[in-house]
Write a protein that binds this ligand. Structure first.
Ligand code: PHE
Length: 547
C-alpha cells in the first residue's frame, strides 16, 4: 500500500485514492497474538510434528473436523444451514462436510461464489439500476470481476492446491507498464521503469549530497555516512559527483541489439522539480505491500475455478441457489431459516447456522439474534468498486507497447488499467479498462454500460493511442455496490474485527455463527473468507463435540 500508517479497519490511501485495506501494522499485531502458539509450533517442528515455525505463522493452526471425531466419541454430526454461498459459506460447508456434517447452503444468487465472479461470453447480469448486460467475450476470454490476484502467503493458494485448481503467475507490477498523471500536466504516459529511475535517482542524489555535506552528522557516524553514500550511488545510479544524470534504467528509444546497434538511451531527463511535480513517486511503495508484492497468482481459466471446485467438493445437492433468506430465528434448541425460492416460501430447521452473507445484507434480514448483533452489523459499512473488461481483437499492448501483463496506474477516474496475465501472444485479450473505488466507481455505475465503455475508452486512448478504441471488440462492466444480494465490493470494519463492538459477531449468537472476510484482518481478500470460515468451523465443531 502506498501509505501504511493507518490502523486496521481505517481507510487507506492507495496512490491518490482511498480504499479499504488491512494495514501491515494490524497484520503484525495478529502475528504477535499468535506468538505463543508459534513458539510451541517451532518446538513441534523441531520434533518433526508440525510444519516449521515460519509456516505456522501464516495463521492459527487449523485442523479440519474428521469423521473419526464422531465415531470415536459416539456423537452424531449435526445439521447445519449455511446462509451465503460465497467463499466463506462454501468453505464452512466444505470443512464441516469432511466430518460428515449435514450441511445445506442457501445462496441468494443463481450461482455460488459471491463476489468471486468470473465473466465469460454468454454470462449475464442485471444490476440494481436495472442495467442488463450479456458478455460477448470470445471463447477463453474472461474478466475476473471480483478477486483477481493471490499473494503467496495467503491460505487461498493452499485451497487451490487441496482442490486441484491450477494456478499461474499474475503480473501485479511491470516495469514496462505506464504511469499517467494527467492532472500533473502529463500529456503522454511514462514507463514505470523510467519514472522509477528518476525518482530513485533524485532522492538518492539529494540524500547523498546532504550526507556528504555533513547535514546528517548528528544521526550518522563517519562510517555510516560513507556506507550510506555508497548505497545511494548504487540505488540511484549516481555519478562520481553524486549527481543523477539518467542512465540505462530509464530505458531506450532504440534498444541495444546486434553489433552496430548499441542502443539509444531515452533522452530528456527531467529535472528534480519536474519529477516531484509529476507525482509519479506515489506509485512505487505499492510493490512493497505485504499483500501486493510479486509474484502473485491467479487460477488458470478464471478465479471462479475456486468456488466451482468448492461447490463440487461440498456436493451440488447440498447447495440451493436462488434461495433468498427472509428470516433467521434461533429457537434455543436449533435454528429456523426462512427463505423464498422460485416464488415459494420455505423453511429449513437445523442444529446450527453459519451466517456467511454480507453484513449489510444480513442487517436487513429479520432475526432474533439481539440488538448487539444488529448494532455490530450496522457499524460495518459497504464499499464500492467496479471493473470493466475491454475485449480486444488483437493484443496490441504486447505487439506495439511490449507490455506483457501488469498494471498501468493513472490519476484518472479509471484508476488502474490491468493487462492480462495469461494468453500471451494469443489472438485476443481482455484488458481491465478500469478498476476503481468509492466515488469513481459509483460515478461509472450510474452510467449505462455503453457510456461506461465510452468514458473508459476515452481515458485509455489518451494513454495508449487509437488502438484502444479501434481494436475494441466488446466490453462488460461490473459494479459491486449495485449488485443484488451483495451490494458491496468489500466492507470497512472500523477498529478492526477484534474491537469489542464486534464481539457479538466473532462469537456465536445462540446457535448462529458468523463468517466472512469482513470479520477478518484481511477484508477484501478471499484469505479473509477462508480463515474466518475455518475459525467458525473450529468453534462450531468444538461446541458440537462438547455438547
Ligand atoms: N484484494 C483487492 C485487491 O487486491 C482489494 C484490496 C486492495 C484489498 C488493496 C486490500 C488492499 O485489489
Amino acid at each position: 500500500m502506498a501509505q501504511t500508517q493507518q490502523t486496521s479497519g481505517a481507510r487507506q490511501t492507495f496512490g491518490t485514492r482511498q480504499i479499504f485495506g488491512t494495514s501491515r501494522r494490524s497484520f503484525l499485531r495478529d502475528v504477535g497474538l499468535t506468538g505463543g502458539a508459534g513458539a510451541l509450533f517451532a518446538t513441534m517442528g523441531a520434533l518433526g510434528l508440525a510444519p516449521t515455525a515460519q509456516a505456522a505463522q501464516r495463521e492459527r493452526p487449523f485442523r479440519a473436523p474428521r469423521a473419526s471425531d464422531f465415531t470415536l466419541t459416539g456423537r452424531a454430526a449435526a445439521k447445519v444451514v449455511v446462509v451465503g454461498g460465497g467463499v466463506a459459506g462454501l468453505t464452512a460447508a466444505y470443512e464441516l462436510g469432511k466430518a460428515g456434517y449435514d450441511c445445506t447452503v442457501l445462496e441468494a444468487g443463481d450461482r455460488t461464489g459471491g463476489r468471486n465472479l468470473t465473466v465469460r461470453g454468454g454470462d449475464g447480469t442485471v444490476d440494481l439500476y436495472g442495467n442488463r448486460q450479456r458478455a460477448r467475450f470470445a471463447d477463453g476470454q474472461y474478466l475476473n470481476a471480483g478477486p483477481a490476484r493471490i499473494p503467496q502467503w495467503m491460505v487461498t493458494l493452499d485451497y487451490c492446491r487441496e482442490l486441484g485448481v491450477p494456478v499461474e503467475v499474475f503480473a501485479n507490477t511491470n516495469a514496462d507498464a505506464y504511469l499517467f498523471n494527467a492532472s500533473a500536466g502529463m500529456t503522454e504516459p511514462v514507463r514505470y521503469r523510467t519514472a522509477k529511475a528518476d525518482v530513485y535517482g533524485y532522492v538518492s542524489e539529494l540524500l547523498a549530497k546532504a550526507a556528504d555535506k555533513g547535514a546528517l552528522d548528528q544521526e550518522l557516524t563517519a562510517d555510516d555516512r560513507e556506507r550510506l553514500v555508497e548505497f545511494l550511488k548504487d540505488w540511484g545510479e549516481l555519478g562520481e559527483k553524486l549527481t543523477y544524470e539518467g542512465g540505462e534504467r530509464r530505458g531506450y528509444s532504440v534498444v541495444p541489439a546486434a553489433a552496430g546497434t548499441p542502443g539509444v538511451l531515452l533522452g530528456d531527463v527531467p529535472t528534480v522539480s519536474e519529477v516531484l511535480a509529476s507525482g509519479v513517486g506515489r506509485y512505487f511503495s505499492f510493490e512493497f505491500g505485504f499483500d501486493q508484492a510479486m509474484p502473485m497468482f491467479q487460477p488458470v481459466g478464471g478465479m471462479d475455478r475456486i468456488p466451482q471446485a468448492l461447490t463440487r467438493a461440498v456436493g451440488d445437492r447440498r447447495v440451493r441457489t436462488g434461495a433468498v433468506v427472509s428470516g433467521i430465528t434461533d429457537t434455543g434448541r436449533g435454528v429456523t431459516v426462512t427463505y423464498t425460492q422460485g416464488g415459494r416460501t420455505k423453511t429449513i430447521d437445523a442444529d446450527h447456522c453459519v451466517a456467511a452473507l454480507p453484513p449489510n445484507i444480513l442487517a436487513r434480514i429479520p432475526h432474533n439474534l439481539g440488538p448487539g448483533v444488529q448494532r455490530a452489523l450496522e457499524a460495518i459499512t459497504p464499499a464500492s468498486a467496479g471493473k470493466i473488461g475491454l475485449e480486444y481483437r488483437s493484443r496490441w499492448w504486447e505487439l506495439d507497447h511490449h507490455i506483457y501483463g501488469g498494471i498501468t496506474e493513472t490519476d484518472q477516474d479509471v484508476t488502474h488499467i490491468w493487462h492480462p496475465s495469461h494468453g500471451f501472444h494469443g489472438e485476443r485479450g481482455v484488458i481491465v479498462g478500469y478498476y476503481n473505488y468509492g466515488a469513481d466507481a459509483d460515478a461509472y455505475a450510474r452510467l449505462t454500460p455503453e457510456e461506461r465503455e465510452r468514458r473508459a475508452v476515452a481515458v485509455g486512448e489518451r494513454i495508449y493511442g487509437p488502438k484502444y478504441r479501434t481494436e475494441l471488440a466488446s466490453s462488460f462492466s461490473h459494479h459491486w455496490r449495485q449488485t443484488p444480494h451483495l451490494e458491496a465490493a468489500w466492507h470497512d470494519t472500523p477498529g478492526g474485527p477484534d474491537h469489542p463492538r464486534y464481539k457479538p459477531l466473532t462469537e456465536p449468537a445462540g446457535r448462529v455463527h458468523f463468517a466472512g472476510d469482513w470479520l477478518s484482518h484481511t477484508s477484501a481478500w478471499q484469505h479473509g473468507a477462508f480463515t474466518s470460515a475455518r475459525r467458525t468451523v473450529t468453534a462450531l465443531h468444538a461446541r458440537v463435540l462438547s455438547s
